[in-house]
Design a protein around this ligand. Structure first.
Ligand code: COA
Length: 390
């Protein structure tokens, strides 16, 4: 039986107004900048202005998709995040007035740490397999925040990736095989009463590697491709060095020699954006895909591997094939612009932004205009968040 191809028809990326240079952070923390540049593989990280949150960056990522394709037959909007703004209302609903989402689409928020975007993509594929005339808007949006002066601090970041998932996709067809590994682990979590995540970094690195290997084993059990068939491997990147560590671990676990040059060839182009954006949790894997497509020669017909990991933990290994003509649908210039137009953040303002808490008294609080991006949080009033287009 042949089934309709389903996958990513369009992909758009947005990030915050500010970026903090890891050189600035290293100087203030009194550490060798090479610990960040080489040790964890990060150069900069995106930082939200006071009037930005996951809704504003999600709207900025999704709007170009609606501008290009319209809203017809978008019957579902899945927004994945682990830095949501409300415990009850789905963040995607705030996008209605900002970008003109249709009232005839169901809107749901998904959470499982950094894995949530992949859950959205797979759920979307299932809905479209049931009715190929429908399209699903999947948005992965996160602002990664760890406590100041902790090992997690240099692995912050922020971004949103919006994907239009449809039948007969223009960019990437998802393959049906998938491998999963879920286990209860306390490697990274954020209790409801905290704004910054808790992380046990070493446990997390080990759990990520084990989960990658187990998800790969399950992928193969389910009829997936051989390791040698992939042109590139897109990993979730809490920091870019993690992808290299996990790939080496995977290759060695399968009896392959892991030559650094071979690992670099398979991964380097997936890490270019993440190296300067930082961790974007749910969006990170898909930012890796954008980076690969924007920086690599013709990949038509090539198979790509995807390794999604969300602490806590769920991992999934899946694959896709790059579609003929995909390059005409990329947003390379816009993606580079989103990164290049960030404003360099000075350290003092960074600390103030980091330490500022949302008002919780129910009074009217106007938020001064700070971001240069298309959408902003204008006020919080009566415990309601009020957004506006700029
Ligand atoms: N030059 C080059 N490399 C250097 C260096 C220098 N001057 N100083 C240190 N390094 C290397 C270390 O050797 C180490 O490399 P290795 O991992 O290959 O051994 C790396 O830099 C990190 O150093 P380490 O001392 O382990 O750093 P740390 O204790 O500050 O923790 C993380 C690093 C990544 C564990 C920490 O930032 C973290 O927990 N981040 C959050 C991770 C996360 O979000 N996990 C959840 C989602 S998957």
């Amino acid at each position: 039986m042949t089934s309709t191809p389903v996958g990513i028809h369009d992909l758009s990326f947005a990030t915050t107004h500010y970026a903090l240079d890891h050189g600035v952070l290293a100087e203030r923390l009194g550490v060798d900048p090479d610990k960040f540049y080489l040790g964890i593989g990060q150069e900069m990280m995106s930082v939200a202005a006071a009037d930005e949150d996951i809704v504003t960056i999600a709207a900025a990522a999704a709007k170009p998709i609606l501008d290009r394709h319209g809203v017809d037959n978008i019957r579902t909007v899945l927004l994945a995040t682990e830095s949501g703004v409300d415990q009850s209302k789905a963040a995607g609903l705030y996008l209605h007035p900002l970008i003109g989402l249709p009232n005839t689409a169901r809107v749901v928020e998904l959470k499982q740490a950094c894995y949530g975007g992949t859950a959205g993509l797979q759920f979307a594929a299932g809905l479209i397999a049931r009715d190929p005339s429908q399209r699903v808007l999947v948005i992965a949006a996160d602002i990664a925040k760890y406590e100041l002066d902790t090992p997690g601090e240099p692995t912050q970041g922020a971004a949103a990736v919006a994907m239009l998932v449809s039948a007969n996709p223009a960019i990437l067809e998802l393959e049906p095989h998938s491998g999963i590994y879920s286990a209860d682990i306390m490697d990274f979590w954020r209790p409801n009463y905290r704004t910054a995540a808790m992380v046990d970094g070493k446990t997390s690195v080990n759990a990520y590697q084990k989960a990658t290997q187990e998800a790969w084993t399950d992928y193969r059990r389910n009829g997936g491709r051989d390791l040698t068939e992939f042109a590139a491997f897109c990993y979730h990147q809490p920091f870019t060095k993690m992808a290299f560590k996990a790939h080496r671990h995977l290759l060695e676990s399968q009896g392959h020699t892991a030559e650094p040059a071979e690992i670099d060839a398979a991964l380097h182009n997936t890490t270019i954006y993440n190296r300067t954006v930082g961790n974007s949790y749910t969006a990170s894997l898909y930012l890796g895909l954008a980076s690969l497509l924007d920086h690599t020669g013709d990949l038509t017909g090539q198979a790509l591997a995807f390794i999604s990991y969300g602490s806590g933990s769920v991992a999934e290994f899946f694959s896709g094939t790059v579609q003929p003509g995909y390059r005409e649908h990329l947003r390379t210039e816009e993606n580079r612009d989103a990164i290049a137009t960030r404003v360099a953040l000075d350290y003092d303002r960074y600390r103030v932004l980091h330490e500022t808490e949302s008002p919780s008294d129910g009074m009217y609080h106007a938020i001064p205009e700070e971001t240069g991006r298309p959408f902003r949080l204008a006020a919080i009033s009566g415990h309601k968040r009020i957004y506006e287009s700029r």
